[in-house]
Design a protein around this ligand. Structure first.
Ligand code: AMP
Length: 123
């Protein structure tokens, strides 16, 4: 699939839409999720046009890959969930529940995040 340059995170990266920025470096940006599910709910994204983890793994430079992982850890520490624990999620594609077609990692914490995945029998 081709990257959609009109997706909401691409527009944030171009400065066309606002975000509550937490941090950034040359290759990655971290900002608050607009609809937080937990007391800490940050998003960490690459600045490059990567739709998913698959494109990122295939096409990103080592510097971009390292930047994203380091910014994830930095956000967790800055949000002080490093001691209490947190969850990082990258929803991918339709079964993964990805709504925005620009790779993003959710950083969730500040309370017990709960079971990783509901069983179908849980409804
Ligand atoms: P996903 O379902 O994994 O694609 O997650 C998309 C996330 O982006 C959701 O948690 C949304 O709340 C969040 N989101 C959508 N638009 C914005 C925005 N303009 N600023 C910050 N977060 C956003």
């Amino acid at each position: 699939m081709t990257y959609d340059p009109q997706n909401v995170f691409a527009r944030i990266l171009r400065g066309e839409l606002p975000c509550r920025k937490l941090d950034e470096d040359q290759h990655s940006l971290a900002f608050e999720d607009i609809h937080p599910l937990t007391p800490t709910h940050a998003l960490v994204i690459p600045k490059g046009p990567y739709e998913s983890l698959l494109d990122f793994a295939d096409q990103a430079s080592d510097a971009e890959l390292a930047s994203l992982v380091r910014l994830l850890a930095k956000v967790a520490r800055d949000k002080q969930v490093d001691r209490t624990g947190f969850r990082v999620i990258a929803n991918t594609g339709s079964d993964g529940g990805q709504d925005v077609p620009h790779l993003h990692f959710h950083v969730l914490g500040g309370r017990r995040v709960g079971p990783m995945v509901k069983r179908p029998s849980d409804g």
